[in-house]
Design a protein around this ligand. Structure first.
Ligand SMILES: O=C(O)C(O)[C@@H](O)[C@H](O)[C@H](O)COP(=O)(O)O
Length: 233
């Protein structure tokens, strides 16, 4: 199992600032090299301050495409929508001109929505320049939930679909999620977690093997670049 490279901060504000600067530099480098940049962010509650810091970074956001690592199967007007969070906190200020690719769309089923989102993502570039992962207290990342019967497909190193539908026990709505090869292929892969409890969860994940119990292990078992771990208490 590959160990992450740790970056620890005294507080969450310092983390948000440092991580925002690092992402902005990586996006600028990608624009310089390839003329465009692709950023995939997670939702949930952790990244809110990071998004605000990132939204005022002075880079050429018109050349940046933002998408989601995962999404809840709800429209952007819903208060659990990750699209809504990103629109409110990240696609603002200097970042307003960025292009956004949603995973949720008007398709009737999550499977069809995933198919449509996959098509759009395939047009956005061969690899993600920066992917930011979060992690839940149960060891899930993206929408790869413990015990989900679709997990082997979502975390297969040979999965060709970039986006798939997913579910989790006790998770209120179906999900749409990037699959392992798309995330592991990111040029810069960051795990952003906060609080002592999540650090303990991560230590537990790094100490074991069973992906079905703690799906984040699939990342550390993969040939992803060294995961950059950003943590603050
Ligand atoms: O939509 C989501 O819920 C996610 O993208 C998910 O994978 C998230 O990163 C973790 O559940 C951590 O969530 P918190 O930051 O809320 O703890």
């Amino acid at each position: 199992m590959n160990q992450p490279e740790p970056h620890e901060f005294e507080d969450r504000e310092a983390l948000a600032q440092a991580l925002s600067n690092r992402i902005a530099t990586a996006l600028s480098d990608a624009i310089e090299l390839r003329g465009r940049a692709l950023l995939a962010v997670s939702g949930g509650s952790t990244p809110r301050e990071l998004f605000k810091a990132l939204s005022v970074e002075e880079i050429d956001w018109s050349k940046v495409t933002v998408t989601l690592v995962d999404e809840r199967f709800v429209p952007p007007s819903h208060d659990r929508s990750n699209h809504r969070l990103v629109a409110a906190c990240l696609l603002q200020n200097a970042a307003a001109p960025a292009h956004f690719i949603p995973l949720y769309n008007n398709a009737e089923t999550p499977v069809e929505a995933a198919r449509q989102a996959s098509r759009q993502l395939e047009q956005a570039g061969d690899a993600i320049d920066v992917a930011i992962l979060g992690m839940g207290a149960d060891g899930h990342t993206a929408s790869w939930f413990p015990g989900n019967e679709g997990l082997p497909e979502l975390t297969s190193p040979t999965q060709e679909k970039p986006v798939m539908a997913a579910e989790g026990t006790g998770v209120p709505e179906p999900r749409l999620t990037l699959t392992l090869p798309r995330i592991a292929g990111a040029r810069l892969l960051v795990l952003h977690i906060e609080g002592a409890d999540k650090k303990e969860t991560l230590d537990q994940a790094l100490a074991g093997e069973a992906v079905e119990e703690m799906p984040i292990r699939a990342i550390f078992n993969s040939d992803a670049p060294s995961v950059q771990l950003y943590w603050a208490p």
